[in-house]
Design a protein around this ligand. Structure first.
Ligand code: 5GP
Ligand code: ZN
Length: 116
């Protein structure tokens, strides 16, 4: 999919509204429209990278940045101590539905494992 048609690129450009919790020059954090836990946000890099398979070596620092943002967000949301899950779905069998790499951050309840 071209980035012009990409849902998350449109959300990043604010062409589509979202409940944004955090934004910097590299990422946004939004509430998931269909939350699977009391807290369910998505951390999205502003750069259009379709999935992990497409991630180039020189783009890889964004992944560390995403985790540092997650660390900050879990403090803000008050789930740092109780625990949470960060997951990135890749491809059809991984359950990816939006072809722009992103990281789900889930918390606020006891999460099951394996996720199914
Ligand atoms: P995936 O299925 O690719 O791992 O994750 C995509 C996520 O984006 C899903 O959890 C879905 O609920 C969420 N989503 C889909 N469309 C929208 C939207 O328009 N706004 C927001 N905030 N989330 C969306
Ligand atoms: Zn995109």
């Amino acid at each position: 999919m071209e980035k012009e048609e990409c849902l998350f690129c449109k959300i990043i450009k604010k062409e589509i509204p979202s409940e944004m919790l955090y934004e910097d020059d590299k990422v946004i954090v939004i509430k998931d429209i269909s939350p699977q836990a009391p807290i369910h946000v998505i951390i999205i890099p502003k750069q259009h990278i379709a999935d992990l398979n497409c991630l180039k070596q020189d783009e890889s620092p964004i992944i560390g940045h995403i985790y540092m943002v997650a660390k900050k967000i879990v403090q803000t949301l008050g789930i740092a101590e109780n625990g949470y899950r960060i997951v990135s779905n890749c491809g059809e069998q991984g359950g990816q539905t939006v072809q722009h790499i992103h990281f789900h951050l889930l918390g606020g309840r006891m999460l099951k494992w394996p996720p199914g």
